[in-house]
Design a protein. Sequence first.
Length: 257
Amino acid sequence: MVGDTLKRYYRALGYETYFLTGTDEHGDKIAQAAAATDTDPQSYVDRISGLYRTTWDSCGIAYDQFIRTTDAEHKAFVQKILQRIYDAGDVYFGEYGGHYCYGCERFYTEKELVDGKCPDHQKAPDFISEKNYFFRMGKYQQRLIDALQERPDLIRPERYRAEVLAFLREPLEDLCISRPISRLQWGIPLPFDANYVTYVWFDALLNYVSALERRGGDSLETLWPQANHLIAKDILKTHAIYWPTMLMAAGCRSTSI
């Protein structure tokens, strides 16, 4: 509703607007939720995504595109970007053990846990040790810091920009970007290893760009440099750290969060 209001406001001021929304549909918690209802994951996400879309339509929300990360075009785009980053040498194979929260679908460090629990879900994460593919996120730490200092408007409000910069004072670990199909099959297969699927955030975040490529024309040239991402405060790290470094590795020119 906030996004719809922003679109209407800027359109009234004479700006060209393009309002994207949708559903990200892969990952551990989706597979678990489907299993809990004795439903296959695709049928489960078809139903849930349909509920979101009919709700937005009944509210009169005037989005320009509703994207689903199970769309064939999005899957192909994710694999193209993964292959590009892999070919550039920014993905490597390794073994990692860490505290994994299925609700957040990410690993937590000891320092991030509160009394041994996920700060958002208030549950002790599972310790998982397995071989996976990793993105050299730490390689882009200083470049991200420089971007945030040069352009204070990249993250708003200011307190969240300060929070991200505080986090970046510590060495940035590399990001695990795969899950073995022996544990999780509901995901986009890695283009360079069919025994693994893509980490859900590496898939979901790319919808912002895949949607514009799908729209065609000069969308990437005209709309992408002006893009604004309206996000919830509990997914700040994924959008303000994972996402910009992914874009840097993929060779994208600019981003606005």
